[in-house]
Design a protein around this ligand. Structure first.
Ligand code: BMA
Length: 325
């Protein structure tokens, strides 16, 4: 397996494997949770957040629910990917068009570098949950674009390059509540305003991914296909349980699934994943990759309260995905 378009990231947060997980090529950071719930002045919780390499260091957009339990997204910086300075105030987007509607709330951001800028995609409150989008060049000024989709839709994840001539996104159409269903859908746009060419990618199946599924970090390009980490939800007598795994999608037609495993890679098993504001949630939103060594560090929300880190090697994960279908 070879990574495509992956840059060197020698300073990727990293810890060598000490205690392997049973049945998974990933391992948890021994210092988890890497981001505590109270890192900003008013945060009740910081989770489901996005991190990217930025100018030799790291930058990110973080879901911070405040102590009034309002959901919003905040900018942050880190020299090493572990120690974060997250802004106390939410991002104030500059509207690309004054007619753009306000957001009632923002949550679950992703950040994806495409061509010349960092795009931010989030779940946007506009007559219910829909997808919001914006961009930044410097993590200081942020510009808001049109909402790609009408309500109800959650969980938008942009591809890191155009597919053919178009931008491409994965999303999960939903309902106005906590949505007991959900497929991953692919769409394209020539201009990030008008979206079409909608294609079904994957539906829920069995076990940990039997209720709904949704894309996690931006897909990672390899010569074997797009490596897509995604969350899957199981409905138990105690409510939803969020685990995650990874699939391989066709490089030119990403709505075609090449391989999809039956087991999860990570499920809620540690205390900080099992207990929190929403128990039993592991929800990946960002992945850093070192193109030289195949090392990967995945940031994931834990129990809707704190943020965790897991590590792995992209080639080992791709092998695992193919072997565990
Ligand atoms: C989803 C979103 C996520 C959250 C998950 C589990 O609907 O709200 O942010 O992690 O539920 O509570």
């Amino acid at each position: 397996m070879k990574l495509i378009h992956a840059e060197s990231l020698p300073n990727i947060p990293w810890e060598d494997l000490k205690i392997p997980l049973r049945d998974s090529p990933l391992w948890r950071y021994s210092g988890n949770p890497v981001i505590r719930r109270d890192l900003t002045k008013h945060s009740n919780s910081i989770f489901n957040s996005a991190v990217v390499p930025f100018k030799g260091q790291f930058a990110g957009v973080f879901r911070c629910d405040d102590t009034a339990r309002r959901m919003n997204i905040h900018g942050g910086r880190s020299a090493d990917g572990y120690n974060w300075k997250i802004e106390d105030e939410p991002i104030r987007f500059i509207k690309s068009d004054p007619e753009l509607p306000d957001s009632d709330y923002k949550y679950d951001p992703r950040v994806v570098f495409v061509e010349d800028r960092y795009y931010v995609i989030w779940c946007n409150g506009y007559h219910g949950a829909c997808i919001g989008m914006g961009y930044t060049f410097d993590f200081e000024k942020f510009y808001q674009l049109e909402n790609p989709f009408m309500p109800f839709n959650r969980n938008g994840v942009l591809f890191p390059r155009k597919i053919g001539k178009n931008f491409a996104i994965l999303s999960r159409p939903s309902d106005s509540g906590h949505t007991p269903f959900g497929d991953i859908i692919y769409s394209e746009s020539p201009d990030l305003t008008f979206w079409g060419k909608h294609r079904h990618v994957m539906s829920p199946t069995e076990g940990w991914q039997s209720t709904k599924i949704g894309a996690g970090p931006a897909p990672i390009e390899t010569d074997e296909g797009w490596l897509l980490f995604y969350h899957g939800v199981l409905f138990s007598c105690n409510g939803f349980v969020y685990a995650f795994s990874a699939a391989l999608l066709d490089l030119d037609k990403p709505w075609k699934v090449i391989a999809r495993p039956k087991p999860y890679l990570i499920s809620p098993q540690e205390l900080y994943e099992l207990a929190g504001d929403v128990p039993n949630v592991t929800f990946p939103c960002a992945a850093l990759v070192d193109g030289d060594t195949n090392r990967i560090a995945i940031y994931y929300g834990c129990a809707d309260t704190v943020t965790g880190l897991v590590f792995g090697k992209v080639d080992e994960i791709v092998d695992w995905v193919k072997k565990n279908q």
